[in-house]
Design a protein around this ligand. Structure first.
Ligand code: B1M
Length: 213
């Protein structure tokens, strides 16, 4: 890993937003591709935050600072990940489900899908089933994407799919799900059309779902 990316990982771990932003800019100036900055700078820092949080070596306020630093880095990468002039391939309504405040992974999925030509309607986080239903009526998307990061909130994905069915809208949209506790087996069980393990596979899945339409 290059020195600048190593320092970027440390800045994420330390929750130093300004330093993270400076280092992302420096890496871009040095010609490091945005995807490499993401995979070898931002992500390893956040992975270490997760590991320390799990061990009880980091606490929520520190994790929030790291999350802010990560988001600052992502915001700078955004124009590079979302290339202009891509042909529009479809529309996705995206949100983190009810009860869940984690949105960094979803934001990354948004960016990568946008980069692949999808129009994104982002409903944010803590999105109740009714809001997904209303958004389908209003925006008429091809795909609904749901993210959940907690074992306690993943079940809200199933409730949301039920609400979409009860509103008579299920056959109008494809549904994809993702997030750390989610897997393909769970996606199938709740009646989703597919599961993406990361932002890159989410893009592939979205393209497949569109072509299956
Ligand atoms: Co929280 N948190 N958190 N947290 N947090 C986790 C998820 C946890 C695994 C940490 C741990 O214990 N090691 C744990 C969950 C345990 C579990 O449920 N089994 C946890 C916990 C317990 C909690 C709280 C309950 C802590 C507390 O208050 N005691 C609390 C819950 C709040 C709530 O949601 N109601 C909480 C709070 C927070 C913060 C607010 C402090 C902050 C979130 C800030 C934010 O998002 N704006 C936070 C963070 C940052 C994390 C960790 C450290 C990092 C998550 C992250 O952003 N990763 C996380 C530990 C970890 O995952 N290692 C943790 C980087 C991101 C790019 O990856 O989100 O995985 P990820 O997204 C990936 C894929 O999952 C996938 O693609 C993305 C990009 O590759 N993906 C999709 C995601 N959505 C997708 C949708 C798709 C397809 C793919 O299709 C639609």
């Amino acid at each position: 890993m290059s020195r600048v990316l190593e320092r970027l990982s440390t800045a994420i771990l330390e929750g130093d937003k300004d330093k993270a932003a400076r280092l992302v800019e420096r890496a871009l100036d040095q010609g490091v591709p945005a995807k490499e900055i993401l995979d070898n700078g931002l992500m390893p820092g956040m992975d270490e935050v997760g590991a320390r949080f799990r061990r009880g070596d980091m606490f929520v306020p520190e994790v929030i600072m790291s999350a802010d630093a990560m988001q600052a880095g992502l915001d700078l990468l955004r124009p590079h990940l979302v290339a202009g002039g891509v042909e529009l391939v479809g529309k996705i309504v995206m949100g983190t489900v009810k009860g869940d405040l984690h949105d960094i992974g979803k934001n990354l999925v948004d960016m990568m899908c946008e980069g692949a030509g999808f129009e994104i309607v982002d409903l944010g986080f803590n999105v109740p089933p009714e809001a997904f239903v209303e958004a389908i009526k209003e925006h008429k998307p091809d795909i609904v994407g749901m993210s959940a990061m907690l074992t306690t909130t993943m079940r809200a994905m199933g409730y949301t799919i039920k609400a979409i069915e009860e509103a008579g809208l299920r056959d109008r949209v494809k549904i994809m799900v993702g997030g750390a506790p989610v897997d393909a087996e769970f996606a199938k069980r709740i009646g989703a059309d597919g599961y993406g393990s990361n932002a890159a596979t989410a893009v592939e899945l979205a393209k497949q779902l569109i072509s299956a339409n």
